[in-house]
Design a protein. Sequence first.
Length: 250
Amino acid sequence: MTEFLLQTHDLSRRFGGLAAVGGVSLGVAMGQVHAVIGPNGAGKSTLINLLSGDLAPSSGRIVFEGSDIGGLAPDRISQLGIGRSYQKTNVFPPFTVLENCRLAAQSRLANSMRFFKAADRYEAVVESARGALRQAGLDGRERALVADLSHGERRQVEIAMALATRPRVLLLDEPLAGMGAEESQRITALLGTLAADHAIVLVEHDMDAVFALAHTLTVMVNGKVLESGPPAQIRASRAVQAAYLGVDSA
């Protein structure tokens, strides 16, 4: 039986009378990628926001390492070991690659908000940032300004920033959005490497990447789970083909 690091149980989020997420149950284990797919408006990003603490559940449970974390603040969830990226790249363009990553690594210090010592004098923080950049494939780019990077490289910086917080779970919301084929292939390969040491929840529209990476796929439609299972099952599902791919299920 699979031991899940992060699970949801009948998780829901309502906005007035609208159930953006309705009764979603799923789990992701260490060393695995659980992809969440579905048409626009299916509730995928809302689900990620619930898992990261950016939204509080209306009902249901989010369990991480055996503890219910539903409703905790985003910084507390991050401290527990859950990192995330956003649909829109969330970096600091005027800063260097290393400075961006160092800011994320510094959040792990007990005195991270004390500014009476120059940040670059925290040797452990700087080394942690460099290690995250190596993991993200950005060796040799430490001094580059983020403003001068390609879209794909900015995505790598954002992933490196998440890695610098030392997460066990990575929540990745459309990391390949807006990329050309070459950049998509590079980031897909990177995510495959990172999956060995993390549990990854991946929201993505690039089906080639999804089927290349995912151990489990959950298909959402109108806030609910239509079907969940291994890639071969989802690829063959007539219900998924009808709802998501526009294929007649008759």
